[in-house]
Design a protein around this ligand. Structure first.
Ligand code: PEP
Length: 258
């Protein structure tokens, strides 16, 4: 459950980067520098082997931690998979679900992603559902249709109420890791579309939903994006690997929340 006093959420997605030494330096810096945030929840999502390190470094801070994926099944003969229960064992309270890098490389279907979203919820882990369109889809003007279909996989299977106290991250695929972020206007329009779509089905869930923007957020554009209506924070890839950059983004979110 995301506390009501929390207005913004900033999530670090370390992807397949880091090692024990680099992680320790980053985490120590985050803990020391981000202790004064009042309205912004910071979350660090690292590769599975480092969950124990996150737990020991962050457990006495206000920074939460999580994983970048989880299994759709709860237990069983699924070699190489990691379950929601296992994430809980290491204190994870967030998990990224359906990131486009995974969906593309491992052919994850919207239905699989929907199952992962639900299994995370069932285990008390807040899912961060990634949605977004390719450049070709944006240029063809079908970006809302694409995002709508991604949301429908969850709505049709489980209903819109399941979005209460969860996170959706709008991540245009063309903006991820390219240095070319969506403009505040482009993000505003899609975030409004997402909120309205959920609200039309369940207004309470829509109010309790955080919608993040992800895709080349940096210290220069973070405030401009975070002040936009319906942008509740960011999912940060590259800039979460640099302490100063990530902390500037967190403070921009805090400023926007004030
Ligand atoms: C991401 O991986 O979710 C992401 C937004 O990456 P970047 O910030 O590097 O574009």
């Amino acid at each position: 459950m995301i506390p009501k006093t929390i207005k913004k959420l900033v999530v670090a997605n370390w992807k397949m980067h880091g090692n024990l030494k680099q992680n320790a330096a980053l985490l120590n810096d985050f803990v020391a520098t981000l202790a004064n945030l009042k309205h912004t929840q910071v979350v660090v999502c690292a590769p599975y082997p480092y969950l124990a390190q996150l737990q020991s470094a962050l457990q006495h801070s206000d920074i939460a931690w999580g994983a970048q994926n989880l299994a759709k099944n709860e237990i069983g003969p699924y070699t190489g998979e990691v379950s929601a229960g296992m994430l809980r064992d290491f204190g994870a309270t967030y998990v990224i679900v359906g990131h486009s890098e995974r969906a593309t490389a491992y052919c994850e279907s919207d239905e699989n992603i929907a199952q992962k979203f639900m299994v995370a919820k069932k285990h008390g882990i807040t899912p961060i559902l990634c949605v977004g369109e390719t450049l070709i889809e944006r240029e063809a003007g079908v970006m809302e249709m694409v995002v709508s279909k991604q949301l429908d996989a969850i709505i049709n299977a489980y209903g819109a109420a399941v979005f209460a106290n969860t996170v959706i991250s709008y991540e245009p695929i063309w903006a991820i890791g390219t240095g070319l972020a969506a403009t505040p206007e482009q993000a505003k329009s899609m975030h409004r579309f997402i909120r309205n779509k959920i609200a039309a089905l369940n207004s309470e869930a829509a109010n309790q939903l955080k919608i993040l923007y992800g895709g080349s957020v940096n210290p220069q554009n973070a405030l401009q994006l975070c002040i936009v209506e319906n942008i509740d924070g960011g999912l940060i890839g590259r800039c979460s690997l640099n302490a100063q950059d990530f902390e500037s983004i967190c403070y921009a979110a805090e400023k926007a929340a004030a």
